[in-house]
Design a protein around this ligand. Sequence first.
Ligand SMILES: Cc1cc2nc3c(=O)[nH]c(=O)nc-3n(C[C@H](O)[C@H](O)[C@H](O)COP(=O)(O)OP(=O)(O)OC[C@H]3O[C@@H](n4cnc5c(N)ncnc54)[C@H](O)[C@@H]3O)c2cc1C
Length: 470
Amino acid sequence: MAEGGDRVVVIGSGIGGAGCAALLARAGLDVTLLERNDFPGGKGASFEKDGFVYDTGVHAIGNGEKGPLGEINRLVSGDLQFNLITGGNRIAIGGHVAQYPLEYASDDSIAGIIEGIGARLENFDDCFACFKELITMKPASELEMLDEMPLKDYIDQFTDDPNFHLMVNSTCGMLLVLTYYQGSAGEFIYCFSQMAENASLSYPRGGVGSIASSYLEALERMGGRVEYGRSVERILVEGGRVVGVEAGGRIPADVVVSNAGLQPTVKMVEDYLDSEYVKWAMSLKSSYGAASVKYALDSEVVEYPLTLWMPDLSDKEMTDKYVGVFYPVPSIPDPGLVPDGCQLVLAGAVLSPNPKKRDLNEMVLDRIEDTMRMLHPGIDDHLVWKIRTGTDYIARISGRELGEVIGLCQDFRQVGKNRPDPGMPIEGLYLVGADAGGRGIGTEMAGDSALNVSGMVVDDVIGEEKDFTE
Ligand SMILES: Cc1cc2nc3c(=O)[nH]c(=O)nc-3n(C[C@H](O)[C@H](O)[C@H](O)COP(=O)(O)OP(=O)(O)OC[C@H]3O[C@@H](n4cnc5c(N)ncnc54)[C@H](O)[C@@H]3O)c2cc1C
């Protein structure tokens, strides 16, 4: 433990940073959170425009109050509430539509999904067996092996049914924001089996931004401080340990927890790190980015709360015109987000995480609009407003270069024991958020990291195991 105290600076108010800061304040540490934006939440922020509350991203929360985000909320006595996304979730691939009930672990539901996506009759048993394995959490040793296997190779062991493959590939795109050639089988099974068990796909009441806001409210209630518009330029190191940060002035600290991402954090302390570590950190890959169109509508145009729609990838005419879209309608689980009788639809599609490819972003945005027009004719006639955002926008709100959806990607070379250690090789410096310290889907990986990293910090600083489930 550092001499003289337990002052903690948290860099960034993304879900990981906000959750970790609140948990550290709960443990009695003196916490200051510095956020470069003038709003909280990073990629998980919400804004209001003309009476509609919309999110920076296109979100659904895999396990709602039964997952890590609910757990943090309970621990810090926050006021976060989740509404289930239920009543007609769908996956539509290549002209086939399957209903995706919240409770998709029952044999009847699995059979309904496999039939719905148009798997060939002769492949039914193999697809069924594969689905059953995908929703069964594995023991740690098996999961560790599967972590290093591409998801496609895992599916190949069961079936070559093209529609089943397309469904798993699309679902991997939704959960890990990677193709199933890249995504880790272990990580996918971890996410998919938890969701099947919890049957709790949810949307946070008041918008995704209410996750970070409720943690920050708890932080301030417990004596912590939040300062917006404070960009940390450098992390200060003396004698091999952190002593503070430079953020338009020097702020002393015994512990610094960075939610800025591994690579930006490395850049803030590069002079004090081993060159091999820097080389390795900079070589890690990010998830795909996303373009999204947010529609504020004056009536209820879309009747389903959540749809994943994929064109038939073998049909060139389709793929030239349309793009796979994930489109939740947050105002169905939370009508309070919109004026009476109105609707909010958020439609997103993945693309390479490169904000400089402006033309690619514009092309994908046009295709999202064409796809939504084809699926919901007349959607344009009900527009109050629409906002188009690309990877440059995601890069701007998260303070990272690439505009990736998740953070460092969960491919088969970068999960489990190959994920960065949240304890960086400088005493007193930690990472929190989607890049390190957690598992799961986007927001929940950031939340899981907050739970784990706050435990590590308390253990290191106070010098004893802290039971966060108390
Ligand atoms: C379009 C889109 C769709 C998504 N869909 C889903 C979904 O359906 N389900 C899901 O679970 N997840 C989804 N995600 C992913 C999820 O939002 C992210 O993985 C998660 O929010 C990342 O949280 P984080 O804690 O890692 O930090 P981030 O959100 O990356 O926040 C980092 C924070 O640190 C701040 N910061 C950075 N540098 C500095 C600095 N030098 N000084 C001060 N502050 C700094 C930033 O301003 C930012 O506020 C989606 C994301 C996007 C963009």
